[in-house]
Write a protein of this length. Structure first.
Length: 185
């Protein structure tokens, strides 16, 4: 799926009005490729347009159903309207005790985010058009609802994992979902 986020990065610091767009951020959630396009001149695009109308105004034609999602957030002064990448540590549980761990995770830690909180985060992340969520921890594979959490982020968001792999039973699930390459040693 391609996600296109409309941006007004000059709002508040130039003659651009709130509904004018000066950049298009294009993201391919399958490959993780992110491109930022600066428009030659700003375009006025009203808020509240339907997806098909937005795409028609930008491209001039309608792409296949569900192949493009357009996000038009209210601008933030001299910045993008939402982050491109979020690091989400879902648990502090870990079977290791690495001295270089930045999260303070390790043996005996039981703290994990609830699925209810992560569902709310996932909905907000989708709404804002965040394009890349890196899931980590501790060891995210030790979260009791790991598979449920991964499935929350698989629709239109590039989702790599960050952990020292102590996979156990999760390996087949990750390979099937395309989150872990099959390696032979």
């Amino acid at each position: 799926m391609k996600i296109v986020r409309l941006e007004n990065t000059s709002f508040g610091f130039s003659s651009l009005r709130e509904e004018e767009v000066d950049k298009l951020v294009e993201f391919d959630s399958d490959s993780g490729v992110l491109k930022v396009h600066t428009l030659q001149s700003p375009q006025r695009i009203p808020f509240g347009l339907a997806q098909s109308d937005l795409i028609g105004q930008l491209v001039g034609s309608k792409p296949h159903e569900g192949s493009v999602r357009v996000i038009h957030n209210s601008p933030v002064s001299n910045a993008y309207s939402a982050p491109f990448k979020i690091y989400l540590d879902i648990t502090l549980a870990c079977s290791l005790q690495c001295p270089f761990c930045l999260s303070g995770a390790g043996r005996g830690q039981k703290v994990s985010l609830s699925v209810m909180i992560i569902e709310k985060l996932a909905a907000e992340i989708q709404k804002l058009g965040v394009m890349y969520v890196k899931i980590g921890g501790g060891d995210p594979f030790l979260h009791p609802d790991f598979e449920t959490i991964i499935n929350l982020f698989r629709s239109g968001i590039f989702t790599p994992l960050s952990a020292i792999l102590t996979l156990g039973e999760s390996a087949p699930f990750l390979v099937f979902r395309g989150l872990l390459p099959i390696c032979h040693f």
